[in-house]
Design a binder for this molecule. Structure first.
Ligand SMILES: [Mg+2]
Length: 230
């Protein structure tokens, strides 16, 4: 395994604006506005008031009270549109010898039901996992180790395992991907959301497009920087 592309999921492999967690809160019957529990828990995590697992534990209590079931979660994934050009992009990368990974703060079940057979192009999918009781009601959330700072740790693990940094590309779209920039690997921001895509310490390249195939020249031609004027 020599060349690797690591993808975020929400807003990267899905269309701009898609977010699994927001859909889960809405499906569980909650509002996601400024005064919502969703926003409050998010802010408390960001402010360091509790850990990622505790954020998930508290979220899980709301989801359980909101009768979130496995069937509903799979339905969210199935109804989430993946980004245009995904199959051809993944095929092209595989044909050029790249190993592909998903490193996401979303939920494995949603990723799988959204991507359908395109999941088979990936050598690994790292994300949060929902666990259900015998009635199919959500019981707990097993947190991923690879969100926020963890995305950076994932890339560092690849490097420790002998993959050269210049052969690693990370594709993301938002603030929880930013730490990867500290590893020095090639980073591509697709359809930026709540991140400063002009900060070249974080994002070496940026792509604004409804189709993900626009990332291919940046990876295959080893083009280092994107012209921000275009
Ligand atoms: Mg994202």
């Amino acid at each position: 395994m020599e060349k690797v592309v690591v993808f975020d999921f929400d807003g990267t492999l899905t269309q701009k604006g898609e977010n699994s967690w927001r859909r889960l809160w809405l499906t569980s019957g909650y509002d996601i506005g400024n005064n919502s529990a969703y926003k409050s828990l998010f802010n408390r995590y960001i402010n360091g008031e509790f850990s990622y697992q505790e954020w998930n534990d508290r979220t899980c209590e709301y989801f359980r009270a909101g009768n979130l079931t496995s069937v509903k979660v799979s339905t969210i994934g199935a109804l989430t549109p993946s980004i245009k050009g995904l199959k051809i992009t993944l095929q092209e990368l595989k044909q050029n010898g790249y190993s592909l990974f998903i490193v996401s703060g979303s939920i494995k079940q949603i990723i799988k039901s959204c991507l359908k057979d395109n999941i088979n192009y990936f050598s690994g999918v790292y994300a949060n996992e929902f666990v259900y009781d015998s009635n199919g009601l959500i019981q707990n959330i097993n947190s991923t180790r690879f969100d926020f700072d963890g995305k950076k740790r994932f890339v560092e693990l690849l490097i420790q395992n002998g993959i050269k940094p210049e052969n690693i590309t990370f594709v993301g779209n938002s603030y929880n991907d930013e730490k990867v920039g500290e590893t020095g690997v090639k980073t591509i921001c697709i359809n930026p959301e709540e991140t400063d895509h002009t900060d070249r310490n974080i994002w070496k390249n940026v792509v604004h497009s409804s189709t993900i195939s626009k990332i291919l020249p940046l990876i295959l031609n080893k083009k280092q920087n994107y012209d921000f004027q275009k």
